[in-house]
Write a protein that binds this ligand. Structure first.
Ligand SMILES: O=C(O)CCC(=O)C(=O)O
Ligand SMILES: [Fe+2]
Length: 339
């Protein structure tokens, strides 16, 4: 590989001390950041994006390491998109209120966005979680399916899901351009924003949820299954924000970066067509707004790690995903808001 990613990870982030604005009592003196991003053909707000290649050029690879992401159209063909939509639908419909196939867990009363009712496969790690406000009924499967919020560990539930991480030439080609040839799947999660009611996923870094030795050797992929727009909750990100390193997270209605640590005003929406894909660094801050539109927004996420990047315990990870003052910043170390 010709691209020296470690030198590309340095610099470009401007810090200004702003300790008073930090809500988290635990935070000592931290900085709010302004990020200066290169506007290139991969990063414009509404660009015509290139099709997903089977291999990255050196220029694209450099852009990944310096901006923290790359976005392309047509990673999946229309037929593959349709298969994936059908696959998600089949999981929800075959699990819901089918006790032999999946265990039902009712919704909790918590105010979190992940307290919705769920159905847990009895034969695989896969589960389906519904929007937290929705009280499901077996009488109306169309409605139930329309209220799915999350399907987790779906990778072996349908041939299309399996082929994406084992053999897909475009997706695996780019993943291997970034992480090298020896790659392991780390996690899969399909996030859906129900029409008109899909809630916000607040600002976070995916590495805050993980536990791995090397924060640079983990890669998120986010594949749109519908038109992803600012109105229905497309991905928003802070270009170059991965260079900030780990940022403290705390628990609100979700696990999110404490206020004052990033400046969301400089975020970039990544609108994608069905089949489009975003590749993003594990430390890149990102968020998806609520779906205020009449259109559902479905997406598949696969996270990969290089095979040499070992998974570790969450306690060991406290020493990896840590703030600039050395304190643990991950979600498992996170405290409730206003602690
Ligand atoms: O698809 C979304 O809404 C964003 C999901 C996300 O960032 C995550 O699950 O970590
Ligand atoms: Fe995320």
């Amino acid at each position: 590989m010709l691209v020296d990613y470690r030198s590309l990870l340095a610099g470009d982030v401007h810090r200004t001390s702003l300790s008073e604005k930090i809500a988290c009592k635990q935070a000592p003196t931290f900085d709010i950041v302004t990020i200066v991003s290169d506007e290139s053909k991969y990063m414009n707000k509404n660009p015509t994006r290139p099709d997903c290649p089977t291999e990255l050029s050196d220029e694209q690879l450099s852009a990944y390491w310096s901006e923290g992401y790359l976005a392309f159209e047509n990673a999946l063909s229309p037929a593959e998109v349709e298969e994936a939509r059908q696959g998600l639908s089949d999981i929800a419909r075959s699990y819901a209120f089918n006790d032999e196939v999946a265990e039902y867990r009712p919704r909790t009363t918590s105010k979190s966005n992940h307290g919705g009712a769920s159905f847990w496969s009895r034969s695989s790690p896969c589960f389906v979680q519904l929007e937290s406000e929705y009280e499901p009924s077996s009488e109306n499967m169309d409605e139930l399916e329309s209220k799915v919020r999350k399907t987790m560990y779906f990778q072996d539930e349908a041939p299309i899901f399996n082929s994406i991480y084992t053999s897909h030439p475009r997706i695996q080609g780019v993943v291997k351009s970034i992480l090298g040839k020896a790659v392991e799947l780390y996690q899969t999660m399909a996030l859906v924003k129900a029409a008109g009611c899909g809630v916000e996923k607040p600002w976070h870094q995916d590495n805050a949820y993980f536990a791995i030795e090397d924060m640079d050797q983990i890669l998120g992929t986010w594949i749109a299954l519908d038109d992803a727009t600012t109105e229905n909750g497309c991905m928003h990100l802070l270009a170059k924000g991965h260079k900030l390193g780990p940022l403290r997270h705390h628990h609100t209605f979700d696990c999110e970066i404490v206020s004052g640590r990033i400046d969301p005003a400089s975020s970039i929406p990544i609108e994608l067509k069905p089949g489009g894909i975003l590749f993003f660094h594990g430390n890149l801050p990102h968020q998806t707004p609520a779906n205020t539109s009449p259109n559902r927004r479905r997406a598949l996420q696969y996270h990969y790690r290089s095979a040499s990047n070992a998974t570790i315990s969450k306690e060991a990870y406290y020493k990896v995903f840590k703030e600039s003052d050395g304190t643990p910043a991950s979600c498992s170390a996170a405290l409730p808001e206003n602690f």
